[in-house]
Ligand binder design. Sequence first.
Ligand code: SF4
Length: 266
Amino acid sequence: MSAPPTTLTNPSRPRVGAHPAASGRETDLGRKRRARRINRTLAVGYPEARCDLEFSSPLELLVATVLSAQTTDVRVNQVTPALFAAYPTAIDYANAEPERIEEIIRPTGFFRAKTRSLMGLGQALVDNHDGEVPDTLEELVKLPGVGRKTANVVLGDAFGVPGITVDTHLGRLARRMMMTANEDPVKVEGDLAELIERREWTMFSHRMIWHGRRVCHSRKPACGACFLAADCPSFGAAGPTEPDAAARLITSEDRDHLLDLAGVGE
Ligand code: SF4
């Protein structure tokens, strides 16, 4: 994709329920074009989008992703510097005293189960991969406790292999934007893979996740202040369409930029 522009030219307000996709009148080609346009618009909104977990190697990202279950990336990033310093290699996890790992990762919750996962992972990497993290989906998902979501995170962000990471945000947004009707993350991944260019998969995932965290919230999406509103068939279905009320739902540091893009001046 060529370098994205830095502003949007048409942040127009749609009418609730008026999008052709909302009444099943969108063609397959129309959906693909709209999905790709949404990705380009997201690139303008989130030029800095990236994985929020901090890491410097595939092993560190794998470990951080395991820790990120049921907690925030911020909390994971608070414990990983000490963890990575104490356990720099897979064999260190395999040979660890569980109590020491538990103590370090306790703030991330479920620390006993996560410790068992990390030790099992370390052992599997030592036994089957000479202590290295494999770089294929097939091998990654064979590791204990590693599902497709974790595998795609590692592939996309540590190895540069395009991957679609269907977490709770991406799944919700893809359904709201009617890019999929499926709930099963594997099916959602397949549907998105049909719509989005392969080389864009990783960044598309990050951008959608950032949009889900900042604007398209689970309970009350900020539809009236959303810069994707013109392309979203769910505009107003779950969140306020009134610009001021919607703008108050956006509290991230890049709030002014996001509101500018949506044409909602304050
Ligand atoms: S905030 Fe509203 S308009 Fe924006 S993507 Fe989410 S549902 Fe669609």
